[in-house]
Write a protein that binds this ligand. Structure first.
Ligand SMILES: Cc1cc2nc3c(=O)[nH]c(=O)nc-3n(C[C@H](O)[C@H](O)[C@H](O)COP(=O)(O)OP(=O)(O)OC[C@H]3O[C@@H](n4cnc5c(N)ncnc54)[C@H](O)[C@@H]3O)c2cc1C
Ligand SMILES: NC(=O)c1ccc[n+]([C@@H]2O[C@H](COP(=O)([O-])OP(=O)(O)OC[C@H]3O[C@@H](n4cnc5c(N)ncnc54)[C@H](O)[C@@H]3O)[C@@H](O)[C@H]2O)c1
Length: 481
């Protein structure tokens, strides 16, 4: 008889990282570049969700869909193109090629080149300072849990027995959907609904609350209007309660104002939020406290129950974005290696939904700000229809809205083409405590969509600048020769 027991290699490390996604890779790269001994465990694809099943494929698909939409819109510019036709195999090949282009940055080879020991196996705690996998046992001074999240599958009657797609399967599904029914009107649902509609599918979003419910309501409504105008059916206030069917014929029953409604489609996508991935980690053995949201950590990202352990990215149970996972890695490195006191909530976090128009936000939305600070809140807005570049491009939908308190930004929201790029300047302003006045005191190149920031900031001062007092002052100053 052969001995089937795998040989186990022992390691000692300054840092063990569990999960080679956006958070784990940044933490591992930083530590290795500081000369520390790092062991990185990954049970699936290097690059995690963002590269393989999230940001990258979704943004690639959105670009393909934009190309199709440009062909439809070309007529208004006096250019006639044929109606776009989608070759789903070719689209999938494009999406895969985008992933392959970015993949080397996150690859095992690159990390081994940095000196990291990469173990492509599922990791779990054996005790508070030891991580084990099928063939390894690593004692570590510090342990980072960066295991991400997975699609939350709600306990809806019939769902488990019905074929459904998630973000892990939709970008590689064999057939292009005739009618894609989507549970959830969050960023995933909205971005993919528009993309598939533009590529020629019928799409229906079933959302129990408000679509883009975390965004400024007025700005969400602008995006929603644009999606509906392109043919996306968005059923707000509809709660999916029962699902049935088989491949190609799906039925969803949704409750709406006390009545039940039947929605039928060919494919079903579940996008009702994320479940933190802590399965199989044996956190009890590691004496690491966790709850429904993730590993329990404060704004230092460190476990209170096992101080060797840190949690980054989606696993930390906070905002779930790639840039947040990257920021968490930076907070970890500053605290663990440089003994700085940086906190995870020390910078405002921007969020962008990449629909057309994009919806971008940072800090407090107007309603939240008024709730927290009452009448001391002012807002200042500027519309894209008064932005010359937007007019030239024929894309004038949307506006920028600044939320201001005592001369400083406490938040902002932009809806419009390129909003995600434009919000960057507001992120710099808020992160560095600039005054709203500072946003008027620079030369913004003309004609750019980003000029909208300076115009929205200037609008805040219009009354003061051109009001009675200013007129009187200018009049007085004219007497000086
Ligand atoms: C469709 C979609 C679109 C998105 N678009 C955007 C976007 O445009 N912009 C944005 O900022 N964010 C976007 N996100 C969110 C973003 O993908 C996540 O916030 C980000 O990937 C989180 O990074 P992470 O490092 O925490 O986890 P992940 O990237 O999920 O990485 C975790 C890794 O840990 C591994 N792992 C788990 N358990 C173990 C174990 N026990 N042992 C070993 N390995 C383990 C997993 O296999 C995985 O590779 C999107 C998400 C989705 C689903
Ligand atoms: N552009 C981006 O940065 C981007 C894109 C996609 C995803 N993400 C990240 O991934 C996270 C998850 O995205 P998501 O869209 O899955 O989740 P989400 O939590 O943002 O939205 C899910 C929506 O589903 C609804 N819902 C829940 N149960 C329902 C039911 N039974 N019937 C009908 N509606 C129901 C909720 O009301 C909610 O509006 C986001 O919050 C974000 O952090 C980011």
């Amino acid at each position: 008889m052969h001995d089937t027991k795998l040989q186990v290699t022992d390691h000692k490390a300054d840092l063990v990282v569990i999960g080679a996604g956006s958070g784990g890779l940044s933490a591992a790269a930083g530590a290795a570049m500081f000369g520390l001994k790092v062991v990185l465990y990954e049970k699936g694809e290097m690059g995690g969700d963002c590269l393989n099943y999230g940001c990258v494929p979704s943004k690639a698909l959105i670009s393909v869909a934009k190309a199709a939409q440009s062909a439809r819109d070309a007529g208004k510019y006096g250019v006639t193109l044929g109606a776009p036709a989608t070759d789903w195999e070719a689209v999938k090949a494009y999406v895969s090629q985008v992933i392959e282009t970015i993949a080397p940055v996150d690859s095992q080879e690159r990390f081994e080149g940095l000196g990291v020991t990469v173990i492509r196996e599922a990791a779990r705690f054996a005790d508070p300072d030891t991580i084990v996998s099928a063939t390894s046992r690593t004692r570590a001074r510090r342990i980072v849990i960066a295991t991400g999240s997975t699609a939350f599958i709600p306990p809806i009657e019939g769902l488990a027995a019905t074929p459904y797609l998630t973000n892990e399967t939709i970008f590689s599904m064999p057939d292009f959907p005739e009618h894609l029914v989507i549970l959830g009107g969050g960023p995933i649902g909205m971005e993919l609904a528009q993309a598939f509609t533009r590529l020629g599918a019928k799409t229906t979003i079933i959302e129990m609350g408000r679509a883009l419910g975390k965004s400024d309501p007025d700005h969400a409504a602008v995006a929603l209007g644009a999606l509906r105008a392109e043919g996306v059916t968005v059923l707000e206030g509809h709660k999916a309660v029962r699902v049935s069917g088989e491949g190609g014929r799906i039925k969803v029953h949704a409750e709406h104002e006390g009545a039940e409604k039947l929605i039928e489609g060919s494919h079903l996508l579940v996008a009702v939020g994320r479940r933190t991935m802590l399965d199989g980690l044996d956190l009890e053995a590691g004496k690491v406290d966790f709850d429904r949201k993730g590993v329990v950590v404060g704004d230092n990202l460190r476990s209170g129950s096992n101080s060797r352990v840190w949690a980054l990215g989606d696993a930390a149970g906070r905002e779930q974005f790639t840039h947040v996972a990257g920021w968490h890695a930076s907070v970890f490195s500053r605290r663990a290696f440089f003994k700085q006191r940086t906190k995870a909530d020390s910078l405002p976090i921007p969020a962008v939904t990449y629909t057309s128009p994009e919806v971008a936000q940072i800090g407090l939305m107007e309603a939240e700000a008024r709730e927290q600070h009452g009448d001391s809140i002012a807002t200042s807005s500027f519309p894209f229809h008064d932005n010359d570049r937007a007019v030239a491009e024929g894309k004038t939908l949307g506006e920028a809205k600044l939320v201001i308190r005592k001369g400083k930004l406490v938040g902002a929201s932009i809806v419009g083409e390129g909003a995600g790029d434009i919000i960057q300047i507001l992120a710099v302003a808020m992160s560095n405590g600039l005054k709203v006045q500072d946003l008027t005191n620079f030369i913004s190149p003309y004609p750019t969509r980003s000029e909208i920031v300076k115009r929205a900031a200037s609008a805040h001062f219009t009354e003061a600048l051109f009001g009675k007092t200013a007129k009187r002052l200018v009049g007085l100053l004219q007497r000086i020769p």
